[in-house]
Design a protein around this ligand. Structure first.
Ligand SMILES: Nc1ncnc2c1ncn2[C@@H]1O[C@H](COP(=O)(O)OP(=O)(O)OP(=O)(O)O)[C@@H](O)[C@H]1O
Ligand SMILES: [Mg+2]
Length: 452
């Protein structure tokens, strides 16, 4: 929406409508009109104006009533209403605002004043629309549809997630680095009833103990050196939303006590204060450690562990669900191609095989990085083959990886065999590959490597 808008003028006196029309049109706005309350309601429904200028004193349905009905009906969309009233008493104005009017002007008004109000209301309308749009976009980005994987483990996850999302139960996400813990945490937030609240993520492993405490619970001015202001904590910031406690296993014993209290009682105290505060934040925690072992070895409080793992969700490492790899690879190829403004490339069977065989210590994140890298290297219109993949993946089947003196001896034998075959078949690679029992691709690689 530009600064030029569609404005509905509602007034029972045509001369008033006309005057406003002239003024608004001179600013470049499009003006539509209604001469009564019921007509105004119809116009809003049909024409979807960006702003309504509404006269209060009209026979039949007055401006207040129109305003009330409009605001009840609007629901998702927000159309600002400016009441135009001849009554200057505070009471009348308050009545209008209580019914949901967003602004008012009193008659007789300066046209400059009116124009200033129109402008500021249109700005709010624009911000509102942008905000709605962004919200939808964010929710879309964190939807189930964006979680890829059809393996049994993932299907199990899809089965429980909807139930988890609707409840307020604390969730503990357990999995190696890059398995998608934060991704699932965001899904839980953005697909659930708390999506209007904030999603606040904090990495418990990245902050020193004292700082983490004041981040989570807030502090009072003067509580410690550097606390120059009262500060709200993240449990407050996420009051209506979700607090994602990443790497919860890294918290100190003292902090674990405080976390247990807030999870159990919904109560916490800002650093330097004595009066407890309450929070309704939903907590989703994540860990890449074996917390059960930490409990046995006394590094993690048992009671906190049980409180956290009311609902544990295990995200298996990628190597334990290899059937998901081709789907994830295709998903990331598409995602990053779109970002680069390219058509999504395909994969050669060898490349897919190599991707599926690799161990992926960095799990899905590592796979995504690999595909992103491949897309940067890929010539326009190309297809992702072995030559594009990084050595750690393509090299799994290459002799380069073998080590030591034996490797050299073997390489020498291999080189000699290839050389002989090369001479025999006069460079016909299909015949050579067949004779040597290698794929054409592997043969080419080896010939390159041996300088043949
Ligand atoms: N099932 C999935 N489908 C699509 N993308 C995924 C999936 N799992 C993870 N990803 C992507 O992989 C990347 C890493 O995921 P995420 O950050 O959620 O991992 P993590 O478990 O929190 O890792 P860490 O323990 O290192 O913080 C992200 O870009 C995420 O979008
Ligand atoms: Mg993470």
């Amino acid at each position: 929406m530009s600064d030029k808008a569609k404005i509905l003028v509602v007034d029972d006196r045509p001369s008033n409508v006309k005057a406003l029309r002239v003024r608004l049109e001179s600013e470049g706005h499009q003006v539509i009109e209604a001469l009564s309350g019921p007509e105004a309601l119809d116009m809003v429904a049909q024409e979807k104006p960006d702003l309504v200028l509404l006269d209060v004193m009209m026979p039949g349905m007055d401006g207040y009533e129109v305003c009330r009905r409009l605001k009840v009906r609007q629901g998702v969309d927000f159309v600002p209403v400016i009441l135009v009233t001849a009554r200057t008493e505070t009471e009348a104005i308050v009545q209008g605002l209580e019914l949901g009017a967003d602004e008012y002007v009193t008659k007789p008004f300066e046209s400059l004043e009116l124009m200033a109000r129109v402008k500021s209301m249109l700005r709010i309308r624009r911000l509102y629309r942008e905000n709605t749009h962004l919200r939808q976009e964010v929710a879309g980005r964190h939807s189930f549809a964006q979680v890829i994987g059809q393996s049994a483990a993932m299907r199990q996850l899809y089965e429980v997630l909807p139930k988890v999302i609707e409840s307020r139960v604390t969730v503990l996400l357990i999995g190696e680095t890059g398995t998608g813990k934060e991704k699932i945490a965001r899904c839980i937030h953005y697909q659930g009833p708390r999506q209007e609240g904030r999603f606040v993520a904090v990495n418990c492993g990245a902050l020193p103990e004292g700082l983490l405490e004041s981040e989570l619970f807030g502090h009072k001015k003067g509580a410690f050196t550097g606390a120059t202001e009262d500060k709200e904590g993240l449990f407050e910031a996420a009051d209506e939303g979700t607090l994602f406690l990443d790497e919860i296993g890294e918290t100190s014993p003292a902090l674990q006590v405080k976390l247990l209290r807030v999870l159990q009682e919904g109560e916490f105290t800002r650093v330097g204060e004595t009066q407890p505060r309450r929070t309704h934040a939903r907590v989703v925690a994540a860990t890449n450690r074996d917390l059960e072992a930490d409990v046995k070895e006394g590094r993690f409080r048992e009671d906190l562990y049980y409180r956290l793992s009311v609902f544990p969700i295990h995200l298996p490492p990628l190597r334990a669900r290899r059937e998901d790899i081709p789907f994830l690879a295709a998903h990331f190829a598409e995602k990053h191609a779109v970002a680069l403004g390219l058509p999504a490339p395909g994969f050669t069977p060898e490349a897919l095989e190599a991707l599926s065989q690799y161990q992926w210590p960095g799990n899905v994140r590592e796979l995504e990085n690999e595909i992103e890298r491949a897309l940067v290297l890929l010539p326009a219109g190309g297809i992702i083959g072995m030559e594009i993949l990084s050595g750690k993946i393509s090299g799994q089947v290459s002799p380069v990886k073998r080590t030591g003196a034996l490797r050299d001896r073997m390489a020498a034998v291999e080189r000699e065999a290839i050389r002989e075959s090369l001479a025999k078949h006069k460079g016909n690679k299909s015949r050579m590959a067949e004779e040597l029992g290698l794929s054409r691709w592997t043969l080419s690689q080896k010939m390159k490597e041996y300088g043949l």
